[in-house]
Design a binder for this molecule. Structure first.
Ligand code: ADP
Length: 254
């Protein structure tokens, strides 16, 4: 029964995926065709026509972006697994991410001192971290604290005896209701406005985590903030291979 439920959920998600794309894409095409028609029949001239053309271009670009993301999502990228020092990956990514995050948001990193390497695709991990951090940013329009942390830790109901490494991203933002939380991993589910969100970020996070044999846990309180824990299997290495990370505490990224 459990397997059947899983399958029907999967089919439902695929259906929504197709329906969502068709719907969004069709809306954008309506804008493009409508604007072109107005210009062609001479209803809009001069500055009005310029404006319509600009709007047409925006809609076409958005449609291109939509298909690009959809293709990236559908194309299950093969994992190029390597032994990854998650602390280093987070540090490098946060330096870049900081630039796209409002100065009113404090960006903090709390690395585990002797983190084990994970067996993972570094490019896909970077994508996961980026998606989670940008969601955290969007959840704090008035500012707050975005904290990324790493730890040697297992998922709550994970398989016995397997060891994982945890990547956590938490924010002090708007949080989510239970109703929203139940849908966040569905492709194309978004509460952000038109042209703001694609609803693919967390679907990708979930896809990448499970492709690695890992999982994602979420906890959130409306008005207080959210926390995402991504569990990744540690690399098959001996204890001697523990990443020789510098013994350093929490770091803020100014
Ligand atoms: P998008 O960011 O394009 O909306 P996602 O799949 O990344 O797509 O997120 C889906 C939805 O989950 C968001 O629209 C938002 O409602 C909710 N969400 C995700 N992360 C957070 C967060 N950190 N705080 C509050 N809500 C969030």
């Amino acid at each position: 029964l459990e397997e059947e439920l899983r399958q029907s959920h999967k089919l439902e998600a695929v259906g929504r995926l197709a329906g969502g794309i068709a719907h969004d894409f069709n809306n954008l095409l309506t804008v493009v065709l409508g604007n072109l028609e107005l210009i062609r029949c001479g209803a809009a001239t001069g500055a009005d026509a310029e404006e319509l053309l600009a709007g047409t271009e925006r809609a076409a670009k958005q449609a291109a972006e939509l298909t690009k993301q959809m293709l990236g999502f559908a194309r299950r990228q093969p994992l190029r697994t390597a032994s990854v020092d998650l602390n280093q990956l987070v540090r490098d990514s946060l330096v870049l991410l900081r630039r796209t995050i409002d100065a009113r948001i404090v960006v903090r990193f709390e690395p585990a001192p002797h983190l084990r390497p994970v067996a993972a695709d570094p490019v896909q991990l970077q994508q996961v971290l980026m998606n989670l951090c940008l969601n955290a940013r969007d959840a704090m329009p008035e500012g707050g604290t975005l904290t990324v942390g790493t730890a040697d830790a297992d998922p709550t109901d994970g398989p016995e005896g397997k060891r994982f490494v945890r990547l956590s991203v938490s924010d002090t933002g708007v949080g989510m209701t239970d109703e929203v939380r139940a849908k966040i991993f569905d492709p194309f589910f978004t509460t952000k406005g038109v042209g703001q969100g694609t609803g693919l970020g967390l679907a990708v996070v979930y896809g990448v985590a499970t492709a690695h044999g890992g999982s994602v846990e979420v906890s959130s309180t409306p008005g207080a903030g959210s926390r995402f824990d991504v569990y990744l299997p540690r690399g098959a290495v001996s204890d001697d291979d523990r990443t020789p990370t510098r013994a350093e505490g929490a770091t803020d990224f100014p």
